[in-house]
Ligand binder design. Structure first.
Ligand code: AMP
Ligand code: ZN
Length: 136
């Protein structure tokens, strides 16, 4: 198995600043935060990204992310982005599944996507393809 820095964090071989832990989930601060408190929520078992994870574990990680996001609101955070990069093309750099919980204050270093316009039948075609993939 290739060395995985998040697996090393889980076993204590690399340092981290922990904010939450249970039997299946660990949450610690991102070393390069969008804002102070930017947290990564990870399954303790190694999975590359969301596609490999059992649904029940996805739910556990999501619930932990919500708990942390709720807690942030209680300490003056104004809004929270919760997101996950899955695959290199989606910007994933660390290939141990993780959810970002990002405290926000309006205008800061984080910028959201700029939406495109659909052309012709593109919108219906895109939806039809996804529906077909969901129910092959
Ligand atoms: P991504 O794979 O693009 O979703 O992002 C990986 C994130 O992991 C980045 O935001 C990094 O700053 C963060 N990161 C990388 N190494 C560490 C580490 N040792 N401790 C905490 N966060 C890390
Ligand atoms: Zn790992």
């Amino acid at each position: 198995m290739p060395p995985c820095i998040f697996c090393k964090i889980i076993v204590g071989e690399l340092p981290s600043t922990k904010v939450y832990e249970d039997d299946e989930v660990l949450a610690f601060l991102d070393i390069k935060p969008i804002n102070p408190g930017h947290t990564l929520v990870i399954p303790k078992k190694h999975f590359e990204n969301i596609h490999d994870m059992p649904d029940a574990l996805v739910a556990k990680v999501a619930v932990a992310a919500k708990k942390i996001a709720d807690a942030m609101l209680n300490i003056g955070v104004k809004g929270v982005n919760v997101g996950m990069n899955n695959g290199a093309h989606a910007g994933q750099i660390i290939f141990h599944a993780h959810v970002h919980v990002m405290p926000r204050y309006g205008k800061d270093s984080f910028s959201l996507w700029v939406g495109k316009e659909y052309d012709g039948n593109e919108r219906e075609e895109a939806a039809a393809k996804i529906r077909q993939a969901l129910n092959p």
